[in-house]
Design a protein around this ligand. Structure first.
Ligand code: 13P
Ligand code: SF4
Length: 354
C-alpha cells in the first residue's frame, strides 16, 4: 500500500534538516517505505563495510536489525552514534546463541580435549557478545557472501570449526562450497548436556554446527521447490544459504541477498525465477524487473515477512529523524568497550579475508 503522504513529507523534511549529520543505512529486507529514505542499501556484508563510509555523520540510522546496528557501532568512530528506529527489531536467529550457552559449549570442547584445535566462525547474525567470544578465541565473523572464504581461512588456522549460530549456512557452505561430507558435521544443541554429543562425536567432527536457524528461511521446504517447478516449467530456483540443506541442494543457484540481486540483473529477458529469501526484497525485485520481462515469484507463498525486520516502518523512521533533528538522541545502540575490542578483532579478520 502507498505510504501516508504526510509521513513521507515529515521524513523528508527531518532528513533535510539533519543534512550531513545523518547517514541512513537500509538492509535489503526492509520495507519499501523505509528503503526510499536509505542513503545506501545492501546485504549485511556491504552494510558492515559502508557503515564507516561517512565519518562526518554524527548519527547513523540503521534500518535493519539489532545485531547489524551493533556491528555498525563497533566498526565506526566513538563520536558516531548508531540509532535503531525500533529497539524491538531483533533477530530470532541471533537470540539462539547466548554468551552463557557459548561459554558452556567452549567448556564442553575443552573437556573433550579439542578446544585447542577449534576455530570459531560466527555468522554476522549474532550478538556483539558472540562476536567478542569469536575474536577472543582466534576466530572470524562471516556473512552469507563470504562464508566460503571464512571457512577456508579458519581451516588454515585449525583442524575444526565451531560455526555459530546458523546451522544451515554452516552446513551448506561446508558441503556445497568446501566439498565436505554431511558426516563431517555434527549438530551442537545448547539445550542438552554436552550439546547432545558424545566425546567421540566431537573428536571426529570437522564442523561443529550450532543448532540455530532463521525462522524465515528455515520455512522453505523441498516441497516448495518441487511445487514451483511443477507450476512454472523452466523456472530457475534461487535461494539464500540460510535455507535448509535439502532446499539448497535442490536449487539451481544459491547466494546472499546481494548475489540474488546481481543474478537477476544479469538474467536474460523472458527468464523465470522463484526466489527463496525475505518477501520485501522479492516483491521489490519482482516489480523492478517486470519491465524487463523477467518473471519473479516468491518460492513459497506460505512463508511471510521477517517480522523483526518489518518492525522498522515509516512511523518509526519519522519519529527517529524528527527526534534527532530536534537534538534528542533516542534508541542508541552502544556496545561496551571490552566487548567492542574483541568483537572488532573478529570483524576485522572478516574484512581482511582474501
Ligand atoms: P545477508 O544480508 O547477508 O544476505 O543475510 C540475510 C539475513 O538474514 C540478514 O538478516
Ligand atoms: Fe534474523 Fe532471519 Fe530475520 Fe535475517 S531474516 S533478521 S536471520 S530472522
Amino acid at each position: 500500500s502507498p505510504s501516508d503522504p504526510d509521513l513521507v513529507a515529515r521524513a523528508r523534511a527531518a532528513k533535510e534538516k539533519l543534512g550531513d549529520k545523518v547517514f541512513i543505512l537500509g538492509h535489503h529486507y526492509q520495507r519499501d517505505e523505509v528503503i526510499e529514505f536509505a542513503d545506501v542499501t545492501g546485504d549485511s556484508f556491504k552494510l558492515a563495510k559502508d557503515a564507516a563510509a561517512k565519518p562526518e555523520a554524527e548519527y547513523i540510522v540503521f534500518c535493519g536489525v539489532h545485531f547489524m546496528a551493533e556491528s555498525a557501532d563497533i566498526l565506526t568512530g566513538d563520536d558516531q552514534k548508531v540509532v535503531l528506529p525500533d529497539l524491538a527489531a531483533g533477530c530470532s536467529m541471533a537470540d539462539m546463541a547466548t554468551a552463557e550457552q557459548v561459554a558452556e559449549c567452549w567448556d564442553v570442547l575443552t573437556e573433550a580435549g579439542i578446544a585447542e584445535q577449534v576455530v570459531p566462525v560466527s555468522y554476522m547474525n549474532s550478538s556483539a557478545d558472540i562476536k567478542a567470544f569469536t575474536g577472543k578465541h582466534g576466530g572470524t565473523i562471516c556473512t552469507s557472501s563470504n562464508a566460503e572464504r571464512a571457512l577456508n581461512w579458519a581451516f588454515e588456522q585449525g583442524e575444526k570449526i565451531l560455526f555459530l549460530p546458523d546451522q544451515h549456512l554452516g552446513r551448506n557452505t561446508a558441503v556445497r562450497d568446501l566439498g565436505m561430507s554431511l558426516d563431517d558435521c555434527v549438530l551442537y544443541n545448547p539445550h542438552k548436556p554436552n550439546g547432545g554429543l558424545t566425546v567421540e562425536e566431537l573428536r571426529n567432527a570437522k564442523m561443529i554446527l550450532w543448532r540455530g536457524h532463521c525462522s524465515v528461511h528455515g520455512r522453505f521446504s523441498l516441497d516448495s521447490v518441487n511445487d514451483v517447478r511443477e507450476r512454472i516449467p523452466g523456472v530457475n530456483v534461487l535461494v539464500h544459504p540460510e535455507c535448509k540443506h535439502e532446499v539448497v541442494a535442490a536449487a539451481d543457484y544459491v547466494g546472499s541477498t546481494e548475489y540474488i540481486i546481481k543474478a537477476l540483473e544479469a538474467a536474460p529477458r523472458g527468464s523465470k525465477w522463484a526466489i527463496g529469501t525475505e518477501l520485501n526484497l522479492v516483491r521489490r525485485l519482482a516489480n523492478r524487473f517486470a519491465a524487463e520481462d523477467k518473471e519473479i515469484v516468491f518460492l513459497d507463498k506460505t512463508v511471510c515477512f521477517c517480522s523483526t525486520m518489518n518492525r522498522i516502518d515509516l512511523p518509526h523512521l519519522v519519529w527517529t529523524l524528527e527526534s534527532l533533528a530536534e537534538g534528542k538522541l533516542i534508541n542508541q545502540i552502544q556496545v561496551d568497550r571490552e566487548t567492542e575490542s574483541f568483537a572488532k578483532l573478529a570483524l576485522e579478520r572478516m574484512l581482511a579475508l582474501p
